[in-house]
Design a binder for this molecule. Structure first.
Ligand SMILES: Nc1ncnc2c1ncn2[C@@H]1O[C@H](COP(=O)(O)OP(=O)(O)OP(=O)(O)O)[C@@H](O)[C@H]1O
Length: 254
């Protein structure tokens, strides 16, 4: 497995994640119909698509949970269809995920939730090293004081911030956010959105952000891709797309 973007094309174009002409159908239901996307190093790329447009199917194809019918996914220069299970598992440690609904383990403290990926994925760390990483991640989301609390003792917004700290703890090169603001009130959403920008700055991550929250797209995006009818229907900055005269594009920004 390649551990860097040493592949010539990738290092030239600075692409950390590339989806090329992806097709996926379930029977007659053609969900992805030649979808392509490039995530550049250090950028926040927002993917917008209506409910049922295939965003989750796309994520599953990205992480190897679904096999596309056709097309290619390259992560950090690795064509994932050629990787063994253990190489794929290792590559996944370069990707942080923030899923809808936080997905913290209810029976574990915040500390144990954050230690979980450290125990699973890295060389054996001393408890001192783990403690330092846990506090560094918690500090980046402003929640050091919650280390020994249970998830149920935290608000929804705090839980999402802890989930983000857990996604960051292995210092991933890429973060995939799946509907990061869904279910949050406007003020908490704003906090999460600001945090996403500060994470990008501090950790120099490249992020793929799947959302239909227009405010989130406006604040975090360097670029936006619209997924419609299984293809990348339009691509541009927030201003370019939100000022478009195309009725299909306009519908995303209402
Ligand atoms: N395992 C599966 N078997 C059959 N059909 C599936 C499967 N997974 C997804 N689909 C279909 O693929 C289409 C896209 O689903 P997907 O979950 O990717 O949508 P989405 O864009 O993530 O929607 P939402 O925003 O509501 O989460 C839907 O029509 C869905 O029924």
């Amino acid at each position: 497995m390649k551990t860097t973007t040493s592949n010539t094309r990738d290092s030239e174009s600075n692409i950390v994640l590339q989806i090329e002409n992806l097709y996926k159908a379930f029977g007659e239901n053609k969900v992805l119909n030649g979808f392509s996307l490039d995530l550049k190093n250090g950028e926040n790329l927002v993917l917008m698509g209506r409910s049922g447009s295939g965003k989750s199917v796309l994520i599953k194809c990205l992480v190897g949970l679904l096999k596309p019918d056709k097309g290619k996914v390259e992560i950090l220069g690795n064509d994932i269809s050629t990787l063994s299970q253990s190489d794929m598992d290792e590559l996944r440690t370069s990707i942080g995920f923030l899923f809808q609904g936080s997905a913290l383990y209810d029976s574990m403290t915040v500390r144990e939730n954050l230690e979980f990926p450290l125990r699973r994925h890295t060389r054996k760390l001393s408890s001192k090293e783990m403690e330092a990483l846990v506090f560094e991640a918690l500090e980046s989301v402003g929640l050091k004081h919650t280390v020994d609390l249970m998830p149920a003792e935290l608000s929804g917004g705090m839980q999402r911030r802890i989930a983000l700290a857990r996604a960051l703890i292995l210092k991933p090169k890429i973060i995939i956010y799946d509907e990061p603001t869904t279910g949050l009130d406007p003020i908490t959403s704003k906090e999460i959105i600001e945090l996403m920008n500060s994470v990008q700055e501090k950790y120099k991550t490249s992020s793929l952000i799947i959302t239909h929250d227009v405010d989130c797209a406006r604040v975090v995006s360097n670029r936006i891709i619209l997924l419609l009818d299984g293809v990348n229907y339009a691509e541009g900055t927030f201003n370019e797309l939100s000022n478009s005269n195309d009725t299909k594009i306009k519908a995303f920004f209402k």
